[in-house]
Design a protein around this ligand. Structure first.
Ligand SMILES: *Cc1c(COP(=O)(O)O)cnc(C)c1O
Length: 351
C-alpha cells in the first residue's frame, strides 16, 4: 500500500483551451488577439541584453509597475503585477478570502474561480445568471466572504455599466470585491478603476493577454488601494518573490507606452466583431451582445457540440463548454476579417 497517496491534495483542475501544434488551423478558441504586439514591443525585444538573464529580475517589477501607475493615474503602490492575471487572481483568492462565509461569483463565469476556491479550501456559492445570462445584482446583497465579478463576463461576453458595479459595491462594504476586467478594452464603456477613490475594498484585475496581444509573455496586474496591494505583496513574497521575468518587465513596459497602436487594433477587432455578429445572425445564430473580443453564439436548431466538432474537423478551432445552460453555445474568438470569413463560409451549411 502506498500510504503517501492518502496525503496528496486532490483537485479538479482548470482545463485550458487547446493550443494545437499545427499552425495551419484557424485558432479562435482561446481569445488571443489576432494582431502582433506593438512595434515598440518588438523593438524593445531586439534591444534586450540577454546576458542580463544571468541575474534575477527586479522582484517588484518597478519599471512595469511605474509605467502602469502613470497610465492609470494612480500611485505605484496601487499596482500589483503578476504572471498573467491568473497569477494575480490566484494571489487574490489566497490573500483576501479567509472567511467561513462563502465567496460569491456567478454560476456561469470564468471557470478558474471555482478551481482556486477549491484548491485553497475557500467556501463559495454561485448565484445563477438570469435567463438573458445577465448577473442579478440582488444576488450579491447578502453576507459573504468576498465577491468576484468578471466585467465583461466570460463566456457570456456581456458588459455591465458602472452603475451595476457600484450597486454591488454599495451592498458589500464588508467584503473585498474583485472586478476582473480581462476584456474591458473591447467593452466600449468605463472601467471600475474610476471607482477606486471611493471604495477601498475594490480591486480591479487586468491582463496583457487580450487587448495587448501578449498572451505568450504572461503579464497581468491588479489596481486597488494601497492597503489591499500591500497585503497581496506580503503573500506574494511568501510564495515566490521573483514572479515576472526580465523580458516580461521590459516588454510589458514598452507595451504600456504604445497606447495608439493598441487602440487601433482594438478598434479593428471591435469592427470585425460587429460584422461577424451580423453575418452569424443571418446564418441562424443568436449571439449575446458582446463587449469582448469573442462572440457567444448558439444556432437556432443545430446542437453546439455538433458544430464544434465539425468545425474542428475542418481545422477551425472554437471553444465549447459542456456545462448546463450553455452547452449549445460556441465561444468564438474574433480573429482577422479573413479568418472570420472562413468561419462564416463554413457555417453556411447550417443556414
Ligand atoms: C483570459 C482571462 C483571464 C486570464 O488571463 P491571463 O492574464 O492570460 O492569465 C482572467 N480572467 C478572464 C475572465 C479571462 O478571460
Amino acid at each position: 500500500m502506498k500510504k503517501w497517496l492518502e496525503n496528496i491534495r486532490r483537485v479538479e483542475p482548470y482545463v485550458p483551451g487547446e493550443q494545437p501544434k499545427d499552425t495551419d488551423v484557424i485558432k479562435l478558441n482561446t481569445n488571443e488577439n489576432p494582431y502582433p504586439p506593438a512595434p515598440q514591443v518588438l523593438e524593445a525585444a531586439k534591444s534586450m541584453d540577454m546576458n542580463l538573464l544571468k541575474l534575477y529580475p527586479d522582484p517588484a517589477a518597478s519599471k512595469l509597475v511605474d509605467a502602469l501607475a502613470e497610465a492609470h493615474g494612480v500611485g505605484s503602490a496601487q499596482i500589483f503585477p503578476g504572471v498573467g492575471s491568473d497569477d494575480v487572481l490566484s494571489m487574490i483568492f489566497l490573500t483576501f478570502f479567509n472567511s467561513d462565509k462563502p465567496v460569491l461569483f456567478p454560476d456561469i463565469t470564468y471557470s478558474f474561480y471555482s478551481v482556486w476556491a477549491s484548491v485553497y479550501g475557500i467556501p463559495y456559492e454561485c448565484p445563477a445568471l438570469d435567463s438573458d445570462f445577465r448577473i442579478r445584482a440582488e444576488d450579491y446583497y447578502r453576507e459573504n466572504g468576498g465577491v468576484v465579478i468578471a466585467n465583461p463576463n466570460a463566456p457570456t461576453s456581456i458588459y455591465e455599466g458602472l452603475d451595476f458595479i457600484e450597486d454591488i459595491l454599495r451592498h458589500n462594504e464588508d467584503s473585498v470585491v474583485v472586478v476582473d476586467e480581462a476584456y474591458i478594452d473591447f467593452a466600449g464603456g468605463p472601467s471600475a478603476i474610476e471607482l477606486l477613490p471611493e471604495y477601498e475594498n475594490l480591486i480591479v484585475v487586468r491582463t496583457f493577454s487580450k487587448s495587448r496581444s501578449m498572451a505568450g509573455l504572461r503579464i497581468g496586474y491588479a489596481v486597488a488601494g494601497e492597503e489591499l496591494i500591500r497585503a497581496l505583496n506580503d503573500v506574494k513574497y511568501s510564495v515566490n518573490s521573483y514572479t515576472l521575468n526580465k523580458p516580461a518587465i521590459e516588454l510589458g513596459a514598452a507595451a504600456v507606452k504604445s497606447t495608439e497602436y493598441y487602440e487601433e487594433i482594438t478598434r479593428r477587432v471591435v469592427a470585425t466583431r460587429e460584422r461577424a455578429a451580423k453575418e452569424l445572425a443571418e446564418l441562424g445564430f443568436e449571439c449575446l451582445p458582446s463587449g469582448t473580443n469573442f462572440l457567444f453564439a448558439k444556432h437556432r436548431t443545430v446542437p453546439g457540440e455538433r458544430i464544434f466538432k465539425e468545425l474542428r474537423d475542418a481545422g477551425i478551432y472554437v471553444r465549447h463548454f459542456d456545462a448546463p445552460r450553455i452547452d449549445d453555445y460556441l465561444r468564438i474568438t474574433v480573429g482577422t476579417d479573413e479568418q472570420m470569413d472562413k468561419l462564416t463560409a463554413f457555417l453556411k451549411k447550417y443556414a
